[in-house]
Ligand binder design. Structure first.
Ligand SMILES: NC(=O)c1ccc[n+]([C@@H]2O[C@H](COP(=O)([O-])OP(=O)(O)OC[C@H]3O[C@@H](n4cnc5c(N)ncnc54)[C@H](OP(=O)(O)O)[C@@H]3O)[C@@H](O)[C@H]2O)c1
Length: 204
């Protein structure tokens, strides 16, 4: 299959890239810098340009996999409305826009795999916006699955913290059992190759 992978240079994206290639898929990478295609998923025009570029290359896309998305980590008492909007734009509206635009132009069999995370179900100090956004994306995935055209499918991958990211998060995830990022990548393979839709694949 031909898979567009957004965020392919990140911790998760690199693992997803490896897993998809090992399964024999052709991966077109996309991110703001250093990828086959340039895209900023917080900008709907940039997403449109990415899909246009794929059309121009004659690349019929079978699957869109997103491993990008950013949210602010701040105590509730310090959160600004800008933080809240930034989190929604950075990880929810951005991923939803990939699907909204893709639904109208990708083939009837196309699939979308979005990224959420354990904060949708387990709260953490400083993580209220991450919880909000992950929960929103998971609810969208369930709802969109019954409305997508043709046989298009959609799932979310919802991992706990990665072993490879523990240092970067410091004490934030103290007491959580981390998983190797490769396990989250396997969930992308399950979503891309399988027939399931409207599901949240927990990796923990
Ligand atoms: N790390 C963890 O332990 C963990 C656990 C559960 C869930 N997650 C979720 O997994 C996702 C990826 O996390 P990560 O740790 O792999 O992050 P990361 O290492 O910072 O990588 C993020 C990737 O996304 C790209 N990106 C960021 N913003 C973008 C935008 N607006 N448009 C296009 N590309 C963009 C970045 O490349 P450019 O800068 O070149 O665009 C980079 O390739 C996040 O949504 C995170 O919440 C992470």
């Amino acid at each position: 299959m031909k898979v567009v992978l957004i965020g392919a240079n990140g911790t998760l994206g690199r693992a997803v890239h490896t897993a998809l290639r090992e399964r024999g898929h052709e991966v077109v990478t996309a991110s703001r810098e250093g990828a086959d295609l340039s895209v900023d998923i917080t900008d709907p025009e940039s997403i449109r340009a990415m899909y246009d570029a794929l059309d121009e290359r004659g690349d019929a896309v079978d699957a869109v996999a997103c491993a990008a998305g950013s949210v602010p980590w701040r105590p509730l008492g310090e959160l600004t409305v800008r933080d809240v909007r930034g989190g929604l734009e950075g990880k929810a509206v951005s991923q939803i826009e990939l699907v909204r635009q893709g639904a109208a132009r990708l083939p009837a069999h196309a699939s979308y795999t979005l990224i959420t995370g354990i904060l949708a179900r387990e709260p953490l100090l400083t993580g209220s916006v991450a919880s909000l956004v992950n929960g929103a994306v998971e609810a969208f995935v369930k709802a969109a699955a019954i409305e997508l055209p043709g046989r298009q499918r959609i799932n979310a991958v919802s991992p706990t913290v990665f072993v490879e990211s523990l240092d970067a998060y410091g004490d934030t995830f103290a007491g959580f059992d981390a998983v190797p990022v490769a396990r989250a990548a396997h969930a992308y393979v399950k979503s891309v190759e399988g027939r399931r839709t409207g599901e949240v694949f927990r990796v923990e």
